[in-house]
Design a binder for this molecule. Structure first.
Ligand code: HEM
Length: 342
């Protein structure tokens, strides 16, 4: 499948991968909250409906791992995840978009979702993506972009004029796709960086707040495929590659935090922190096992990024808070349909 996006016309599926896009009408950019059911309906209308699957990140696999924090992390935040003791993590790797048959050999989004199971039933959930920015700065812009890309019932394709008008009016929505287009196809789920894209506050024992944006960087470095290699690999190689890498004991990520400074933009997922910000290693996440295809503990959970431990707090980024309810609607639908993944 041709993914993305230097062109102004993306397929509906690719659109949902990086959820780029926006819309032309100024009214569409109003701050009126978007009903979560309407949001998920629009994901289906634009990207297709695949019963039982996540409405985004549909093609995925569960894994398990453990996280051990550094002393630097403990100094930044009182969160129990940073105690320095091993914390079990429910991991999920996926390809962006709502299509469970999305190809592994396209220049598209990969996801790393994590649920840290902390003492006393506390949890930390997050869904990270393989780009430093997201494709929309507000839920309204995301919704407007989905509407602009909805296939016409007759032609079964998006109207190029609507898409062009949208991206012309919302050029920042193309940045995420430009990142994927500039990178090789990842050779492995363990060979690419994953960014949190939202700012969070880390609160220490004296109550001081340090804002930052995090990145999971593979300890073994980045690994990409040439276009010929990607073609030869075919559409389904990432699950087997992951199993082999974990069997060899070679899958780990550094959990790093870029520290924000006064004046940095903290409320916009389309804007990374400026280059050169100090980076602190919060610890290492090791992936230790991979579940069978189609099953495992991540199948019936969701990675609601508003579930945070005491000691880590959300920024005012409107995209962060807006994720919780549509994720719950998607989870409810897929559980009702019979949860699946592949
Ligand atoms: C208002 C904005 C957003 C909406 C409406 C939305 C919608 C969704 C939905 C419906 C799901 C499937 C949830 C499930 O069934 O469990 C999902 C999954 C996901 N989204 Fe978003 N999303 C939004 C913003 C973002 C942003 C900013 C990121 C960037 C980090 C992101 C990354 C992910 C990832 C990584 C997954 C896969 C989670 C998993 O493995 O279960 N989303 N999204």
């Amino acid at each position: 499948m041709k993914i993305f996006v230097l062109s102004t016309v993306a397929t509906a599926t690719s659109l949902l991968c990086f959820a780029a896009i926006a819309q032309t009408s100024p009214a569409a950019a109003s701050a009126a909250p978007i009903d979560p059911t309407t949001f998920v309906n629009q994901f289906e209308a634009t990207g297709g409906k695949f019963a039982g699957y996540r409405r985004s990140g549909a093609k995925g696999i569960c894994a398990a791992g453990e996280f051990v924090a550094t002393a630097d992390a403990k100094a930044l935040s009182t969160a129990s995840v940073f105690s320095g003791k091993a914390v079990p993590v429910v991991v999920r790797f996926s390809v962006g978009g709502g299509n469970p048959n999305a190809p592994d050999n396209a220049k598209s989004q990969r996801n790393l979702s994590l649920q840290f199971n902390l003492p006393d039933g506390e949890r930390w959930m997050m869904g990270n993506i393989s780009a430093p920015v997201f494709g929309s700065s507000t839920p309204q812009q995301l919704m407007a972009g989905l509407i602009a890309r909805q296939p016409d019932p007759v032609t079964k394709a998006a109207d190029p004029a609507k898409v062009k008008a949208f991206v012309d009016a919302n050029p920042e929505t193309l940045l995420q796709g430009k990142h994927y287009a500039s990178q090789p196809v990842p050779a492995s789920y363990g060979g690419v960086n994953y960014w949190g894209v939202h700012a969070h506050a880390f609160v220490n024992a004296s109550g001081a707040k340090q804002f930052g944006k995090w990145i999971f960087e593979p300890v073994g470095g980045l690994q990409g495929l040439t276009d010929d290699e990607a073609k030869a690999k075919g559409a389904n190689f990432l699950f087997d590659e992951l199993r082999q890498r974990v069997k060899d004991g070679k899958l780990a990520f550094n959990f790093n935090l870029e520290l924000a400074q006064a004046g940095d933009k903290l409320d916009n997922a389309t804007v990374p922190l400026p280059e050169g910000r100090k980076k602190v290693n919060l610890g290492v996440l090791k992936v230790t096992s991979v579940s069978e295809d189609g099953g495992g503990p991540c199948l019936t959970t969701n990675y609601n990024p508003m579930v945070m431990p005491k000691g880590v707090e959300a920024s005012s980024d409107p995209m962060l808070a807006a994720r919780a309810a549509p994720y719950a609607v998607s989870l409810g639908r897929r559980l009702g349909e019979g949860a699946k993944q592949q």
